[in-house]
Design a protein around this ligand. Structure first.
Ligand SMILES: [Zn+2]
Length: 140
């Protein structure tokens, strides 16, 4: 196998593992909330796991359990007060209900900027997957 083929193979394996981690992270966030929206408390048919620090901001917090909040569609993307609506309504509601988590978010957000990009190995990703599975098991 050429070095280019090896890089390609590793990239594929990382991508596959990332997909598995996305699903595991989502499951952990939903199970922890018992499927209920953190803002309005309803239990929707399809709970939406939301990243406090957006996925587009890098991988460092993408699969961190504390970075996840279970929301209904309205509070995730579907309404004026949604997390992704871009206004202050969600941030204010979240801050009021979960001051400690809001503080965690602010700190993690600063750390994310300071620490910059993160390129985890397959082994690191597998460790994260195991930790998330343990969280799911503990909460189920
Ligand atoms: Zn809601």
């Amino acid at each position: 196998m050429t070095p280019a083929q090896k890089r390609q193979k590793r990239k594929k394996a990382l991508s596959r593992k990332g997909g598995i981690l996305d699903k595991t992270w989502s499951r952990a966030v939903i199970v922890a909330a018992d499927g209920c929206c953190a803002i309005c408390g309803i239990r929707p048919d399809r709970p939406n796991p939301h990243h406090l620090i957006r996925k587009s901001r890098g991988k460092r917090f993408r699969w961190v359990f504390d970075n996840g909040v279970c929301l209904c569609f309205t509070h995730h993307t579907g309404g004026a007060e949604a997390a992704h609506a871009g206004g202050l309504a969600f941030a204010e509601a979240f801050q009021e209900k979960y001051p400690e988590r809001a503080a965690w978010y602010s700190q993690a957000n600063r750390d994310n900027k300071v620490l910059g990009p993160w390129k985890p190995s397959l082994e690191e990703l597998e460790e994260i997957r195991k930790e998330l599975e343990e969280i799911i098991e503990d909460l189920s």
